[in-house]
Design a protein around this ligand. Sequence first.
Ligand SMILES: NC(=O)c1ccc[n+]([C@@H]2O[C@H](COP(=O)([O-])OP(=O)(O)OC[C@H]3O[C@@H](n4cnc5c(N)ncnc54)[C@H](O)[C@@H]3O)[C@@H](O)[C@H]2O)c1
Ligand SMILES: [Fe+2]
Length: 378
Amino acid sequence: MRDFTFNTTPSIAMASGGAASLAAYCRERGARSVFIVTDPGIIKAGLLNEAQAGLVDEGLAVDWFSGVEADPPDTTVRAAAERARDCGADLVVGFGGGSSMDVAKVVALLASDGCDQSLEELYGVGMASGRRLPLIQVPTTAGTGSEVTPIAIITTGETTKSGIVSPLLLPDLALLDPDLTLGLPPQVTAATGIDAMVHAIEAYTSAHRRNPVSDALAREALAQLSSNIVEAVHNGENRDARAGMLLGAMQAGQAFANAPVAAVHALAYPLGGHFHIPHGLSNSLVLPQVLRFNQPVAGALYEELAPLVRNGGDGDLVSRMTALIEAVELPRTLREMSISEDFLPTLAADAMKQQRLLVNNPRDVTEADALAIYGEAF
Ligand SMILES: NC(=O)c1ccc[n+]([C@@H]2O[C@H](COP(=O)([O-])OP(=O)(O)OC[C@H]3O[C@@H](n4cnc5c(N)ncnc54)[C@H](O)[C@@H]3O)[C@@H](O)[C@H]2O)c1
Ligand SMILES: [Fe+2]
């Protein structure tokens, strides 16, 4: 067996209604002043009410930043970190989708007393040093797996995103409460769920660092997610389906945190950057085309995965994933997203900038390949 290392969030709790016990988890970690990072949609949906009441009942000081927007920009991170420092936070909670959880990670670093780095110094792999504040993540989408990854994705320019990757970003606790996801709208459920499935597939075929543990998690994630995604989209109140989605998304996160994602994500990012297409939908739009491109090299691994994908017929991996994308009613073409064909070369040029991800792809991707893939997705 080849040597490998595997890292994940040390504590994971799955509990229906568990958000109400957030205070106890904070107390366990010695907190007195809790800082919550979230977005306006979460506040509006009332998802924080019980957790917040519990924190106040426990006599904990609570402050929050609720201005996180999708694909969070660096200005948001700075504003949130400043507020956390001003209120003397000693524990950070990320409460929301990947956007809120990613901001929370960086806030936990920047607002720590031991931090003498600026945000700019953190971008890249292994650049963060020092300590961070204790960090609890409460996902409200079943998608990014950010609760178990050492990664934060921040928008740094008009159309570009940068990653901060550091073991310091791995949270202390992932608190999975399926009840929080019961009201997640169908389109968000579908897009974030496909994102999680892509994490599992790309981890399983990653050119680097895949290992027996990440493989097992990727396989289990794919089975969980495919068993539950159609039900979760069409019958969102089904608690079991929601729990299956949260579990699967987390397992996929554990897999790709150790065996990183590749060309699907690399080609998806420019779509998010230029057209503000949600992360999961961007992935979904290029998934079948990238799988077909990888098939000559990754075909044997795709054959291992195909039977694990349920509710998509009994064809190969591409046809099953395509059937699932159809069943959850996501748009299928770039044309439907009002992207003009003239723009495809710009997308291809931008995808080439994602070398951090492209190096993990089982097959080399040239700019001409990327253009051809976008052409097929058009
Ligand atoms: N850290 C990682 O490892 C990692 C991996 C993949 C993607 N990402 C990043 O994560 C972000 C995407 O995260 P996401 O897909 O979870 O979406 P998101 O956090 O951007 O949230 C999308 C929308 O869903 C709403 N929402 C979330 N939960 C809800 C609920 N339970 N009920 C009602 N509405 C709800 C939010 O208010 C928001 O409007 C991107 O910035 C992406 O780059 C990070
Ligand atoms: Fe993703």
